[in-house]
Design a protein around this ligand. Sequence first.
Ligand code: MN3
Length: 199
Amino acid sequence: MSFELPELPYAYEALQPFMSRETLEFHHDKHHQAYVTNGNNLLKDSGFEGQSLEDVVKGSFGKNPGLFNNAGQHYNHIHFWKWMKKAGGGNKLPGKLQAAIDSDLGGYDKFRTDFMAAGATQFGSGWCWLAVKGGKLMITKTPNGENPLVHGATPILGCDVWEHSYYIDYRNARPKYLEAFVDSLVNWEYVEELFEAAM
Ligand code: MN3
């Protein structure tokens, strides 16, 4: 099995004005493609050939940093494209997910504040996450290409806070980008799908 760049699930203009065509062209066509290309080169003779992407990510963590960084970022970005949609975001969540956010995270408004704070306080490159661990929702953040999979949790929503994800549209204003992501881009139906699969 080798890594392959998936097509974006929408047109390059679909997320405007919150995320521009130019950002998606660089982020998907250049950055994600580089993780795929480098990951495939590093997969050769690594001992991880033929494993699923999730198993490569979990197995290479702490053992093969070059492969891990690229496989981790490939996994993260496959989902990142699907975590967004045109006219997404906001507080209209599917019922089961809403109930879990109420019981585990203190409700939608607190989730929104805490998720954005996790992204804003991740020092340098990384991701903020909504994940499931032990049947409960949690908010967390990770550096670089790391994700909750390597910490025994299942990511169900993640926001890329590497500068390549927001600098063209928001310059240094990471909090504004996080606000746009949560309020106007999140594909809650996909988050619910992953939530149900993780429970
Ligand atoms: Mn990225």
